[in-house]
Design a protein around this ligand. Structure first.
Ligand SMILES: Cc1ncc(COP(=O)(O)O)c(C=O)c1O
Ligand SMILES: C[C@@H](O)[C@H](N)C(=O)O
Length: 391
């Protein structure tokens, strides 16, 4: 008798992100977005015949001061095809921050799709790579047959919520041009950088050869990213997108929903989330709860290692105060309520107080995704009925 696998349990329907601090990816579509989808174009985007898809690609490319844009179903796809497209003749390597999503969270796509070596760099200032860090770690294309020359520098702005200083980006850009190295930006939260610094997206477009601009993070669209660059580059990226299964058909509905976010007052939405993050960071400082990095924008990174806080206890305290956490990164977004912010402060404070009596040895910096929540609560009682948060 063949064993019939049991169906995985269906989770309860997700209804609201007002108390969800796990990530800004949990924002839910607004009624306005859903309404917009009902009147979206219905062309086949593989044949470049969907009007709302083309409109959104052109709109975001224009905002970034780039010639063309390409709708991708995810930021991961957008990053991976951009980096592959910048690469020509292996052996080659990509240099990035050791925390970069393209290196840590895209399932070794750089090794598999691009057959690239990655050179992950720990910034000497602890926050962002400077030109000096890059010069120290890049692999020159000098004919030495031992090396895999650096052909692309992939930066993230914001990175872990940290805003990349514009003057540093400009220095890096000039050096990259002098050394024939392409510059890509993982702009999953570039809208946050723009909202916080008032540096126009167009100015980032002048610095980077390509930018992956996510629609599905702080902006609040249900899915997708727009990859922007020059015409020739985007045309080839479209080829790699198709190869990777990203050539989707009637994408108009998703693009029309995203256009509601792009056309809305996203700056104020994001600035509100930044104010909430700054408030939480101040609360942590008041209670001497260490932070891992500056809370420039919408993320507060608790330094669990320095605080000797157990991420499990943090998640359980979150459950106690009806807020969702999954580790040391506390993510704000425009749908977070003021009441939830007050509750998450209590959860964090109690987890920190618990650590005072029960110090926990955390290995290394905060992992930005799950904490392996166990099935028991901090007093050892079963909490089987409460969902634990892990991928
Ligand atoms: C910095 C960063 N880059 C890229 C991505 C990938 O985006 P997606 O989840 O849409 O693939 C994420 C996560 O969502 C991210 O946090
Ligand atoms: C976990 C990671 O892939 C996702 N981008 C997030 O920030 O939540």
């Amino acid at each position: 008798m063949t064993n019939v696998s049991t169906m995985a349990e269906t989770p309860e329907a997700y209804t609201s992100a007002t108390n969800d601090f796990r990530s800004d990816t949990f924002t839910t579509p607004t009624p306005e977005m859903v309404q917009a989808a009902l009147t979206a174009s219905i062309g086949d985007a593989v044949y470049n015949e969907d009007v709302d898809t083309i409109r959104l690609e052109q709109q975001v490319a224009q905002l970034a001061g780039k010639e063309a844009g390409l709708f991708c179903v995810s930021g991961t796809l957008s990053n991976q095809i951009a980096l592959r497209c910048h690469l020509f003749q292996p052996p080659y390597s990509i240099l990035c921050d050791y925390r970069a999503h393209v290196y840590t969270h895209e399932a070794a796509g750089l090794a598999i799709l691009s057959q690239a070596m990655v050179v992950p760099v720990i910034p000497s200032n602890g926050n962002y790579m400077t030109l000096e860090d890059i010069k120290l770690h890049y692999v020159p294309d000098d004919g030495d047959i031992h090396g895999a020359p650096t052909k692309v520098l992939s930066l993230e702005n914001t990175l872990h919520g940290i805003v990349y200083p514009l003057e540093e980006l400009m220095r890096i850009k000039v050096w990259c041009m002098d050394n024939g190295i392409k510059l890509h930006c993982d702009g999953a939260r570039i809208w946050n950088a723009v909202a916080e610094t008032s540096v126009p997206l167009k100015q980032f477009g002048e610095i980077f050869d390509s930018i992956s601009i996510c629609l599905s993070k702080s902006l609040g669209a249900p899915m997708g990213s727009i990859l922007v660059g020059d015409f020739k580059f985007i045309k080839k990226c479209n080829h790699f997108r198709k190869q990777q299964g990203g050539g989707i058909r009637q994408s108009g509905m998703m693009c029309k929903m995203a256009s509601v976010a792009v056309g809305g007052n996203w700056k104020e939405k994001l600035r509100r989330s930044h104010r909430m993050a700054h408030h939480l960071a101040d609360f942590c400082k008041l209670h001497k709860i260490p932070l891992e990095s500056p809370a420039d924008t919408n993320f507060v990174f608790l330094d669990l290692q320095k605080a000797k806080m157990n991420p499990d206890v943090l998640v359980k305290k979150g459950l106690k105060y009806q807020v969702k956490l999954m580790g040391g990164r506390v993510s704000m977004h425009y749908q977070i309520s003021e009441e939830s912010l007050e509750r998450v402060k209590q959860a964090i404070l109690e987890a920190f107080q618990h650590a005072q009596e029960h110090p926990h040895d955390v290995e290394g910096p905060t992992k930005i995704y799950r904490s392996e929540s166990t099935e028991i609560d901090i007093d050892g009682n079963a909490i089987g009925e409460i969902q634990t948060y892990k991928y």
